[in-house]
Design a protein around this ligand. Structure first.
Ligand code: AHN
Ligand code: ZN
Length: 324
């Protein structure tokens, strides 16, 4: 009798003690973020490059569009191909297609992720003028952003996030007038995003915010805080850069102001009214700003690095799966 009483007392006391060591505040457990595969993203980039330059009005362009929309569909997205025509700076009528893949189409809260999928018809920043008429291969400028987002799409198909996600691949971003062209009004770039921002795929389409990925795969790339992003969506810039730092990617995501770059996010901000940021390789302290390969014949697979893809892809995944 005495012994059992003692036992009960000991058990009672130890259970009390255990309780008192529990934290007073219940901390939220970390959410599960599916692992981004840089290998997979790399392959998505290779596949795009293998079509040849993705220049509007060409066969490789049409074949790649088919591939992108079929791949989004395969991963469970609701896909819409938005065909449009736009007049280029030189008078060419471009037949473009914006490709939209929606996950959780009925969710009210939506995040927009976008990248351009076309490639530039000219290497007009090549050090050798003989290469000016050579199309850009666009491993980084074009295929990298799309490659990262296709890998995100693959993971979204396997693990549904709490929010809705719309992935948009914009066409005809890179058909802009070369420097010094007579009619260069600065709005000759981003023709696909200009069209979509004026005519979204759904009437009154809104997203809480948007993230543009442009040139996110080069070896040694750095991402400074782009200034149009800082103007329209400073809290999204802060959120993305601090997520990247938390994940250990501070050598890629630099906590300093970058350039002010006319890109697809400008029109998504200005015309569609969706606060959007641009993760883009642009170093304001370097002579060219963009990477050395930019708009040259060297924008090839040799320049693409899995470490950079991983930094960007893992950061985007972290952002998506931490949204409620
Ligand atoms: C301008 O050079 C005006 N904008 C750069 C946007 C761009 C071109 N991104 C990739 N290629
Ligand atoms: Zn370009």
């Amino acid at each position: 009798m005495k012994l059992s009483l003692l036992l009960i007392l000991v058990v009672f006391m130890s259970s009390c003690q255990q309780k008192s060591t529990q934290p007073a505040v219940i901390t939220h457990p970390e959410v599960e973020v599916p692992a981004f595969s840089a290998d997979s993203a790399y392959k998505f980039i290779e596949t795009q490059v293998a079509f040849g330059p993705r220049i509007p009005n060409t066969k490789p362009h049409r074949a790649c569009a088919e591939y992108l929309s079929a791949t989004l569909q395969r991963y469970g997205a609701q896909v819409e191909n938005q065909n449009f025509q736009a007049r280029a700076f030189d008078g060419t009528l471009l037949n473009g297609v914006n490709i939209i893949g929606s996950f959780n189409p009925d969710a009210g809260k939506r995040i927009l992720l976008f990248a351009h999928w076309d490639t530039r018809p000219w290497s007009d920043h090549d050090p050798d003028p003989a290469n000016y008429d050579v199309p850009v291969t666009g491993a980084n400028d074009g295929a990298s952003g799309v490659g990262v987002l296709l890998e995100v799409a693959r993971l979204l198909g396997q693990h549904s996030p709490s929010v809705g996600i719309d992935i948009v691949f914009f066409d005809a971003e890179d058909y802009g007038a070369p420097e010094g062209f007579r009619d260069n009004d600065g709005h000759t770039w981003c023709l696909g995003s200009q069209h979509w921002s004026r005519n979204p795929h759904q009437k009154g389409y809104k997203a809480t915010y948007g993230i543009l990925l442009d040139m996110v795969g080069a070896r040694g790339a750095t991402f400074y805080k782009e200034q149009i992003s800082e103007y329209y969506a400073p809290d999204i810039v802060r959120k993305v850069w601090s997520a990247a730092h938390k994940l250990g990617f501070q050598q890629y995501f630099i906590d300093q102001p970058g350039g002010s770059i006319t890109d697809d996010h400008l029109y998504v901000n200005k015309l569609a009214g969706i606060p959007s940021i641009n993760i883009i390789q642009y170093n304001p302290n370097s002579e060219k700003g963009f990477g050395d390969y930019w708009h040259t014949v060297n924008d090839t697979m040799e320049n693409v690095d899995r470490g950079t893809l991983n930094a960007v892809g893992s950061t985007v995944m972290y952002i998506i799966y931490n949204e409620k």
